[in-house]
Design a protein around this ligand. Sequence first.
Ligand SMILES: *Cc1c(COP(=O)(O)O)cnc(C)c1O
Length: 416
Amino acid sequence: MKNAFVTKEQIEEIVKTYPTPFHIYDEKGIRENARKLYQAFSWNKGYKEYFAVKATPNPTILRILKEEGCGTDCSSYTELLMSEKVGITGHDIMFSSNDMPKEDFELASRLGAIINLDDYTHIDFLNETCGVPETICCRYNPGGTFSISTTIMDNPGDAKYGMTKEQLLKAYPRLKAAGAKHFGLHAFLASNTVTNEYYPTLAKILFEVAVEIKEKTGINLSFINLSGGVGVPYTPDKEPNDILAIGEGVHKAFDEVLVPAGLGDVSIFTELGRFMLAPYGELVTKAIHEKHIYKEYIGVDACAVNLMRPAMYGAYHHITVLGKENEPCDYTYDVTGSLCENNDKFAIDRKLPKIDMGDYLVIHDAGAHGFSMGYNYNGKLKSAELLLCEDGSVKQIRRAETPADYFATLEGYWDV
Ligand SMILES: *Cc1c(COP(=O)(O)O)cnc(C)c1O
């Protein structure tokens, strides 16, 4: 059973000021979850979460997370600028590069961010653009497949990210020769894992590499970055991850591998995005059309522009019809948006209560990789983002786009 964090009465009040569709975030949920994460890793003295900005790039959200002790994980020029704007700079930024232009490296360097190098050839590129900083991280790709016990979770061998182990073993000494003094190791091997085993399994792999780096190069790592990938249960039948158990699993691997190797003062970093925000953001939309042809369709005022995951990956997002939480789900609908694309469906053959025109639908788990993946296809405009504050009040934290925003980059026709 998944419950919306807003009620029909609340939404009826909110739409008097902010019309649907909009994304709404739950400040209380965000803060409580962040505190639990810090509790899970409190055994590690240098622990820090660098929130993956791409999941929910809104300065108000970043400020809330900053207040809970988080930094940012940035991967572009504008994400760096947004981070700077909310006062997150220096080593509170992880700059996870992959195919970065030099301007991005230069800004990361100016802000004093920790640069996470994606490739061996980027050592020269960095040296030529802004120099090798004192603190530097390298991204690892072990190749092959990544499994937890007998289940294949993902295929790092097909992923564009990271360096081979041989490259890592050459990279650290070269970085040291170029002036680096503090070193980190990073890997992201599987996405949206709904198992308490992902981080501990990944941690053990990285910890063993850290020991090998120490043995072969004499370099002691200062931090190990477990990156993102801890997921959320999008479907109501799945159990959510237990972050306290995950933290304990990493602790155990730490005590087994790093401590005996004399690496017991390594800091653990994470770069969670989805886990930090997905359940605490909902897309609220209104039923505006119903259509009866070969199937039953409910047309809503949001579309894939507001939440792309169902159209892009066939992702399941749970839907609650507000005010009908306890009614039987005895109707079967496709819930669609208005794009001229047949994949613009939030749900296909979904069992829901009878939907009447004007009903408000909450699309769950839209708080990460939701608004941020938005685009402007069909000239559709991006929605507003609202914050349900801890005290129950509602604040607009990004206004909806207007046609003037859409036309603003065109030359010669619109002087708006
Ligand atoms: C996307 C990304 C993350 C966050 O991933 P989630 O699945 O949202 O946890 C973290 N680090 C890097 C480098 C990423 O690209």
